[in-house]
Design a protein around this ligand. Sequence first.
Ligand code: SAM
Length: 213
Amino acid sequence: MTIQIITLFPEMFEGVLNSSMLWKAQKENLVKYKLINLRDFGIGPRQQVDDIPYGGGDGMVLRPEPLFEAVEQAKKTDPDAKILLMTPRGNLFTQELAREYAATEAGLIIICGRYEGYDERITTLVDKQVSVGEYVLTGGELPAMIIADAVTRLVPGVLGGETSAELESFSQSGVIEHPHYTRPEEYRGLKVPDVLLSGHHAEINKWRNANQK
Ligand code: SAM
């Protein structure tokens, strides 16, 4: 799977894409990330990507030409990729959606908005408008990282224990996984529940089920 991200700030992704599971996924050729700098499609000698909004108002809006051209370039790499637009106007991103994207053969093209947003005409190219929550971020980069992370870890072969994604939070309609404890058995007077030390698997499972949300 290839995840292509259209952004004005590709440098923001360095740490996230090159650490831990996402790094491992690339190393093992399970997922490929491609950062597309929207500035490369900017207009004129100043490579302008934004302009003032029609109708007046504060802030700048991403112009359609760089956005369309960046998407068209990404499509050349991966014609079947699904195009996601990061926007507070979108559908809430969920584990179910992450599963759906990880399971399809198609890659993703993620468009990161900035400033006041993007020219609405870009939505004609988009498969899904996606929000990561009911708050406003400065740009679509953090939402894009959230999606890249949540999808990558569900791509078959990425997680060490193949079953761990099936058991974790949100894998069964909205259920949140039980709490975890590790060594030491007691820390600052805080004790690990006895049942987890008992070695009694049926009782441990009962405790875990009872402590799901
Ligand atoms: N003027 C917009 C509004 O009031 O809805 C907010 C624009 S925001 C400052 C700039 C960009 O950040 C958005 O176009 C979008 O790409 C991204 N963004 C901000 N919050 C987001 C969220 N909750 N989910 C997804 N993308 C978000």
